[in-house]
Design a protein. Structure first.
Length: 106
């Protein structure tokens, strides 16, 4: 029994660590089988970082995808009094349509 324990442990270790070495694991035909994809890189880490920073400086790639870029704000052409007058003359149907459009869950 002890003669089979060592090869079995080695096999179990090899099978369980193979996905950790792969770049991605794809499920084939939505079945239980899986296909490991390993794609070794040809560039060094420093070269990739330099290319990324150059592309970010040129504006080809966003500097960060963690936050949405700020929207460009344009100043209003209406005065406060014009906005108040428009709100006061708005019908209930228009007010409800605006509420559904801008605050559907409110």
């Amino acid at each position: 029994m002890s003669r089979l324990a060592l090869p079995f442990a080695a096999l179990l270790l090899a099978v369980s660590s193979a996905p950790a070495l792969a770049d991605e694991v794809r499920f084939v035909n939505n079945e239980i089988g899986e296909q490991l994809v390993v794609s070794p890189g040809t560039l060094t880490r420093e070269a990739v970082i330099a290319e990324l920073r150059d592309a970010q400086r040129r504006g080809e790639i966003a500097a960060s995808y963690e936050f949405a870029p700020p929207t460009r704000m344009t100043p209003s052409t209406l005065t406060r009094e014009q906005v108040r007058r428009e709100a006061a003359t708005m019908s209930d149907a228009e007010r409800n349509a605006r509420r559904v459009l801008y605050a559907p869950n409110a």
